[in-house]
Design a protein around this ligand. Sequence first.
Ligand SMILES: C[S@@+](CC[C@H](N)C(=O)[O-])C[C@H]1O[C@@H](n2cnc3c(N)ncnc32)[C@H](O)[C@@H]1O
Length: 261
Amino acid sequence: MQPFLRWAGSKRQIVPTLANYFDENRYERYVEPFAGSACLFFSLKPKKALLGDINGDLIRTYRDVKYRHKDVTDRLRRFRKSKKEFLRRRKTNRRSATRAHKAARFIYLNRCCFNGIYRTNRRGEFNVPYGGKASGAIPRNLRKHAGALRSVVLVSGDFEKVLSRTKCGDFVYIDPPFSVSSRRVFREYDPSQFDFGSIWRLRICLEELAANKVKFLVSYAVCKEAWFLAKGFKTKLVRVRRNVAGFAKHRRYARELLIFN
Ligand SMILES: C[S@@+](CC[C@H](N)C(=O)[O-])C[C@H]1O[C@@H](n2cnc3c(N)ncnc32)[C@H](O)[C@@H]1O
């Protein structure tokens, strides 16, 4: 199953490689603390899962798809794909709107914006430009996604909150934003940026997971921060096409490091 959102930094292209690390018979639960579009989760459809992200609107949207997917798609069917409508819906964010409307608006803006980027201004208003025709279709039916989310626990917040709830028998897939100092990369998911301090916190979490015999798989762009995270763990290099570099002519192949225990 494909995710219903487009997400900057999504690992969609390497899902078949990532999926090789998960064996449903071996693990009791799938955990993903940096869920984004959760492309590996939707591809695997594990029976039991815990998904988290610091983006509260994203997690609320997953909750609304889980509990009221019909209401959400009823709303979405009324939304037309055009620059005019996109700019109008981007501007209008009524607090009093129903939950289904808010989730539909989130999905609509995500599907129509430039490159599936999530970025807000200081006032917390979504400010990504219209993506044009290339941004793809708006989902009209979310029944299967709601089914996949049925037994999923959804947590809004920092990755440490999710990782502190893991136990032996879990499989944890960790796909953090890039915090690469040496070149310009996309990392504007949230006002609290993923800096080297966050990499340190993540490194400590990986050591704790390993000590508690919790299996993990991390994917990260090849850079010094990746090797810092990887020290003492197993690694594998994979080739990926970078999706967020601004414009298509700047897209290129790069290497990603998989880190696992
Ligand atoms: C590279 S994206 C994940 C992409 C995802 N694997 C997919 O396939 O779409 C990183 C995600 O981490 C989230 N994030 C950023 N900082 C975070 C933090 N401190 N704790 C939890 N999530 C965070 C962002 O909101 C974003 O959705």
